[in-house]
Design a protein around this ligand. Structure first.
Ligand code: GLA
Length: 340
């Protein structure tokens, strides 16, 4: 149930109305538990898991749309946009897609036929309501020597499946904005590889319209300079950019501490400063950034609880566990109003 709170703070979606959309990832529970907050501040949503391959087609030919439909209905009810996430990924994709009856890998033709069926069915179903899709997610390797992550996709189809996915998505909905989406996107090494991949796709005439910067960031990383450099580099390809999965963890990546039951005032303040700096920077690039989507909405629910450190709570958002604005919210609101 949504809580009955009288809100007075300015709406994020209005504060940034002339910059970019403000989105949140949701799931079937949070569209209920966070309904009031979502409807008030956000004008776009993404399904956290419900539009991934394994959720939509757990067995060949058996599509399960119930949860995804409920999310799209929620968006319609509240006049929100929907970003689709995600068509091709190495995770949360069921094995049957890659396998034949005896468990061996299928050939490229079969894989492409299955891909086509999936993309046409899914993208076709939500044509009227989903304006953008993360077509391909996380194919670039973190390892410095390798370009592509090894997966069943690459094993069967080399790198061709990437272009193929965009072509199929474009065919299924010629109006949809199609994105390549990845994490560690501001890391200079990975940035160069993402750039090269997208550049290659553009040279081949592949229908790709945007780059999604997942933006799973923390208080210390990446630096503002790295974020700026990534935005500039990607924007130089002439595509639109979106932050697609923004959160700001209270912990450095290698920090394994588990002692905090509540967020300490010092970290809350650091997070507020960090969010303010980030949004000031994002505003500078409002002409190329079309949406900023948080990977959640308020600190009562985040995938970062228990990940990557078990038994640890995290507080990555602008709203606290009671859905009230945190200092970070007020600083972001100041950034929105500033003329600089
Ligand atoms: C990646 C995926 C998301 C989600 C997060 C973790 O960033 O793109 O869909 O699974 O990991 O929640």
């Amino acid at each position: 149930m949504s809580r009955a709170i009288a809100r007075h703070e300015p709406k994020l979606k209005e504060l940034f109305a002339d910059c970019f959309q403000i989105g949140a990832a949701v799931n079937p529970r949070t569209i209920q538990s966070q309904e009031e907050l979502l409807a008030y501040h956000f004008n776009s949503i993404t399904a956290e898991n419900e539009m991934k391959f394994a959720s939509l087609q757990p067995e060949e030919g058996r599509f399960t749309f119930e949860d995804a439909d409920a999310i799209v209905d929620f968006a319609k009810r509240h006049g929100m946009q929907v970003r689709g996430h995600t068509l091709v990924w190495h995770n949360q994709t069921t094995d049957w897609l890659f396998e034949n009856r005896d468990g061996g890998l299928v050939g490229k033709e079969t894989l492409y036929a299955r891909m086509k069926e999936h993309i046409q069915t899914v993208v076709g179903r939500y044509k009227e309501h989903i304006y953008a899709w993360d077509v391909v997610n996380e194919v670039i390797a973190d390892d410095r020597k390798q370009m592509l992550r090894e997966s069943k996709w690459t094993e069967i189809a080399g790198m061709d499946f990437i272009a193929k996915a965009f072509e199929l998505a474009h065919e299924a909905d010629p109006k949809a904005q199609l994105f390549y989406n990845d994490y560690n996107e501001s890391n200079p090494l990975k940035r160069e590889k993402i750039y090269r991949l997208v550049q290659l796709l553009l040279e081949q005439g592949v229908p790709i319209h945007g780059i999604g910067l997942q933006a799973h960031w923390n208080l210390y990383d990446p630096s503002l300079e790295e974020i700026r450099a990534a935005i500039e580099k990607y924007a130089s390809l002439g595509l639109q950019l979106q932050l697609t999965e923004l959160d700001v963890s209270m912990f450095a990546f290698d920090d394994k501490r588990t002692d905090l039951k509540e967020a300490p005032a010092k970290l809350i303040e650091l997070q507020a400063q960090r969010y303010e700096q980030m949004f000031r920077l994002l505003k500078e690039y409002k002409d190329v950034i079309s949406a900023v989507t948080f990977w959640g909405a308020a600190d009562d629910y985040t995938w970062l609880d228990d990940f990557p450190v078990r038994g640890r709570k995290n507080w990555p958002f602008l709203f606290d566990g009671q859905h009230q604005p945190k200092p970070a919210y007020y600083r972001v609101a100041e950034a929105a109003k500033s003329q600089k």
